[in-house]
Design a protein around this ligand. Sequence first.
Ligand SMILES: Cc1cc2nc3c(=O)[nH]c(=O)nc-3n(C[C@H](O)[C@H](O)[C@H](O)COP(=O)(O)OP(=O)(O)OC[C@H]3O[C@@H](n4cnc5c(N)ncnc54)[C@H](O)[C@@H]3O)c2cc1C
Length: 531
Amino acid sequence: MPKQAREQVFARGAELGARPGANAGAISTATNVTAFKPKLDQTDFDVIIVGAGLSGIGVAYHLQRDCPKKSFIILEGREALGGTWDLFRYPGIRSDSDMHTLGYRFRPWRGEKAIADGPSILDYLNDTAREYGIDRRIRFRHKVKRAFWSSTEARWTLEVEGPDGKQVNYTCNFLQMCSGYYDYDGGYMPGWPGMEHFKGEIVHPQKWPDILDYTGKRVVVIGSGATAVTLVPAMTDNAAHVTMLQRSPTYIVSRPAKDPIANWLYAKLPEGLAHSAARWKNILLSMYFYNAARKNPEGAKQRIISMVKAQLGSGIDAAKHFTPRYNPWDQRLCLVPDGDLFRAIRAGNASVVTDEIETFTETGLRLRSGEDLSADIIVTATGLVMRLMGGMQLVVDGKIVNPGTTMNYKGMMFSDVPNLASTFGYTNASWTLKADLTAEYLCRILNKMDRGGYAYCTPRNTDPAVTSDATPPLSSGYMQRGKDVMPKQGSKRPWKLYQNYAKDMLALRFGAINDGALVFTRAERPASKRA
Ligand SMILES: Cc1cc2nc3c(=O)[nH]c(=O)nc-3n(C[C@H](O)[C@H](O)[C@H](O)COP(=O)(O)OP(=O)(O)OC[C@H]3O[C@@H](n4cnc5c(N)ncnc54)[C@H](O)[C@@H]3O)c2cc1C
């Protein structure tokens, strides 16, 4: 192990014991963090985490708790933490899963609303980082460009673009990628004909302008995914009218923004108990509804559509605008809190058009049906560009690795890539559920390596019966567009993705690490001889 400062002392037992801070759900555990004095010039660490979003902060917490002797740092390309919850600034930005499961297992969410707005989620992340001293471990404006693994050295060397644009090299034994799944530089924008002729403003939700006055304006939102269904009701506050223009419908489900059972639990029970109970309630309910929908898709489809009809009344053609061509959970369901989208449509402030764009015009859009849609502002809620590992290039013992040709081990490591894990959350439940489990498993692996004197571990598939499957977990556009860059899943454990928290919990929290696929290797030369 390299010589480095190890002043960090973190007490265990920080789970669930703390009290509210700035955010309604904030918990103060400042006493659990003592005397960490980061050395500013230190560039060699046991672990480097890439990305200070929800996942990176979670991994840092787990490392402090479960591997207190490990030195680590978070390298973050942007100048703020929070990732998604700092980047997206469009009106109404909010979660579409409940905060009892989108929040961390180790830190309760005590906001009144379970479906929370973006700024509250960002507060929660900032408070978490501050309270556990994680904010002092982040090096902002450090963008990791390339990572080179050397089996001889049992080390990663990272080429990092520092704040002044100059390259700095960092080294570590284990690399934990928490870089999300999409391109931060820009969202997906199909090239429609005539865009250059439009006299109004075209805005992508990923790059929302600091000031966009839509008071009294006619807004068309292109898309019908989570972002579109959030934006449409939110913009009806000031816009003259908001039209959601979709090529094809999406499943939309209304859910109360406030979770009365969770709020009752918090009022009646000690905080830790209430948090666990609210969390498990939501985990089990979402697993139940997901499994029921997959077992009986037609039944689920009819149920969702009848709920939509009940919300919209008879004036809207639900068969045309709210009946997707695919089955529930082939794509993520869109959630609308307290039916806000349906209310806006009922009130006449918003409408839905199902059609295709023929061309942009000076004043709006001409549709395939021949209809003209007038607009002052067009919002292209057309999705994300999938990007794994933040676009970082990966080189293992001199060979460039395309993650798209690897197989996913337990949903967190890549076949034949040593000492690298990557956090990727669930597509059918809150991201954090899997992110927390991934962080726990990382710590188990690191501790096992320390106990056994191993320098690295590599997932290797030696079972000829395992076949690889390139089908992405969802049929959504961004997944289809990005399927070549995503690692494949295998036909059986530990290479198969179950998208199931209970199964993953058993495997990652309690399951044996020695599963025949994760191969542990001792150092090729003594640590003392390393540079
Ligand atoms: C609008 C929107 C709403 C969402 N709502 C939900 C929801 O309700 N529920 C849910 O479960 N999921 C939701 N998601 C998915 C969401 O991204 C995850 O829940 C979660 O925020 C992901 O956290 P993360 O830390 O893994 O990634 P991110 O939030 O994407 O953070 C990644 C961080 O890594 C940094 N980074 C990337 N590459 C590099 C590099 N090379 N060098 C240095 N730093 C780098 C980025 O700057 C960023 O700060 C939503 C996504 C979007 C876009």
